[in-house]
Design a protein around this ligand. Structure first.
Ligand SMILES: O=C([O-])CC(=O)C(=O)O
Ligand SMILES: [Mg+2]
Length: 558
């Protein structure tokens, strides 16, 4: 591990990376000169977790719990990750979707201590210098946003910083990427959100978004500066950019840098994993399905493109595979002869020779999909009538309500199971509680990209993968789906249980690393004999490190 801090005295307690709170031993307290700065009783890490969880549960609401968790992260990072790793199911909805969405909406108000790096359009020409201010040197993964499309909540400007912070907490919490390798980053180019511009607590630049060439030059400078400062193999994950930039920037940078777009590719991968698991329940081949996507943005296009790759594996041509996929955007079914025109290149791939239809319910009648997948970020749209229709022509209709956060989901798990008489296969982007229906318990799966991006990150940072071709997202999807057991499927789960996420992320990382070595994409040499063991030995574990001066590995002086 690259990280070492040589601190003594009160500084040891003030640095979240070295602090152990009441877990410092007597020996440590004396050697580090913090004896007396802590109460005498020495706690075990287990007791610290217990104490924290008890307090967390007693807090009045989830936003308070978010604040408590993030301040623990500042205070005692190891304990924070121990809490997240041991109580993943309970804390993930707090540090991540859906609470992180609420936190971003209130980011200015709840702001206490900055997290991550803020680079604004005024830093143009000096981005490298701002990056150089970051105290860690060996940065291997950056999650970057410009805040224009935060989850399904729209433009939250600089307050969108909560998203990179939350995503990177999961790099560590779900995959064991060492936190010191991770950098959350906000590119503040302004916001067009009038409420925020008039909000006295707003944290970002009070100006409208910069667009066009000025925006593109800024992003270009950032990419170059990041790669100069942290090396060309530093992973740059794009997150929550608006459609009009997300596709363009992905196309522009994907072969030049080690980068991917999580909302396009990560979401696609987790959805395809869910689709591959679902067909084990419905007993149909992939190409024997009709997929209807409600929404035609980053997520739906990403899913469609990856689904085509998956169908090609079953022997279908690209043209035939595309014929199985239908998109609905704000104007209705995506068709070739749309009177108003206005189809971008991505949508054109899936435009059909059909008459325009505007209402989702009529579209469902006309297309008779086997899969109904929502990713429009528009909130409830799968009405009881639509869900009943799905059940009328499918024994097991597959319903994915993937928009985030919960308020933007197309329907709830309860609604889906009830309207389909418990027959549907359901997954959602944000977590829903288990549903009791007619004496049976259904466990809704969480089709969230958090099953994918941490594993991708782990593979990249450990094996130094240089580029991330589309194929990797198919492999990640296949690996994830293969880890779903028959018992999972029996309760309706199309993803492995979150309890196993640490190992799931490593399995994904190992599959990706195998591929990367086969295709000359991994820069770590020699190739480890046993990738699983190698990656495991590089996974962060939330154990306190030695901080005794006698155990410091001082830099060698020649
Ligand atoms: O953050 C999440 O929960 C998934 C995601 O990338 C998004 O909705 O933009
Ligand atoms: Mg996102």
């Amino acid at each position: 591990m690259s990280y070492r801090r040589y601190l003594i005295g009160r500084d040891v307690l003030l640095d979240g990376r070295t602090d152990k709170g009441t877990a410092f031993s007597i020996e440590e307290r004396q050697a580090l000169r913090i004896h007396g700065l802590l109460p005498p009783s020495i706690a075990s890490p287990e007791l610290q977790v217990e104490r924290f969880m008890e307090n967390l549960r007693n807090l009045p609401d989830d936003l308070s719990r978010y604040i408590a968790l993030l301040s623990l992260q500042d205070r005692n990072e190891t304990l924070f990750y121990r809490v997240v790793m041991e109580h993943t199911q309970e804390t993930m909805p707090l540090v991540y979707t859906p609470t992180v969405g609420l936190a971003c909406q209130k980011y200015g108000l709840i702001f206490a201590k900055p997290k991550g790096l803020f680079v604004s359009i005024h830093d143009k020409g000096h981005i490298y210098d701002v990056l150089a201010n970051w105290p860690e040197h060996d940065i291997r993964a950056i999650v970057v946003t410009d805040g224009e499309r935060i989850l399904g909540l729209g433009d939250l400007g600089c307050n969108g910083m909560g998203i990179p912070v939350g995503k990177l907490s999961l790099y560590t919490g779900l995959a064991g990427v060492a936190p010191e390798y991770c950098l959350p980053l906000m590119l503040d180019v302004g916001t067009n959100n009038k409420t925020l511009l008039n909000d006295k607590y707003y944290l970002g630049l009070r100006q409208n978004r910069v667009t066009g060439k000025e925006y593109d030059d800024f992003i270009d400078e950032f990419m170059q500066a990041a790669s100069k400062r942290f090396g060309h193999q530093c992973l740059i994950q794009f997150e929550d950019f608006a459609n009009h930039n997300a596709f363009r920037l992905l196309a522009k940078y994907r072969d030049q840098y080690c980068t991917f777009n999580d909302d396009i590719q990560g979401t696609a991968s987790v959805a395809v994993a869910g689709i591959l698991s679902s067909i084990r329940i419905t007993q149909r081949s992939l190409s024997d399905n009709i997929f209807l996507f409600y929404g035609a943005g980053e997520a739906s296009i990403g899913m469609s493109d990856l689904l085509v790759i998956a169908m090609e594996r079953e022997g279908l041509s690209v043209e035939d595979a595309r014929k199985k996929i239908f998109l609905v955007d704000s104007k209705g079914l995506v068709v070739k002869n749309r009177p108003t025109g206005g189809l971008n290149e991505e949508k054109k791939r899936y435009a059909h020779e059909l008459e325009p239809i505007t209402q989702l319910s009529d579209i469902v009648d006309a297309i008779k999909p086997t899969f109904l997948i929502g990713a429009a970020g528009q909130g409830p749209a799968f009405t009881r009538e639509i869900l009943e229709k799905m059940a009328s022509f499918n024994k097991h209709p597959v319903i994915f309500a993937l928009s985030n956060p919960t308020s933007k989901a197309e329907c709830t798990a309860q609604e889906a199971y009830e309207a389909t008489n418990g027959q549907c296969v359901f997954a959602s982007g944000s977590p829903f509680p288990n549903v009791e229906y007619q004496g049976k318990t259904y466990i809704p799966g969480q089709g969230n990209n958090s099953y994918i991006f941490p594993g991708v990150g782990l593979a990249v940072v450990t094996c130094r993968i240089r580029h991330i071709p589309e194929e990797l997202f198919y492999i990640a999807a296949k690996t994830l789906s293969d880890l779903v057991t028959e018992e999972d499927l029996a309760v309706g789960l199309v993803y492995p249980s979150l309890e196993k996420i640490h190992d799931v992320s490593r399995s994904i990382a190992v599959s990706l690393a195998e591929y990367a070595y086969e295709h000359n994409l991994a820069a770590l040499y020699p190739k480890p004999d046993n990738l699983d063991q190698f990656i495991k030995s590089n996974q962060y574990t939330a154990n306190y490190r030695d901080v005794l001066p006698s155990k410091w590995d001082w830099p060698k002086l020649n």
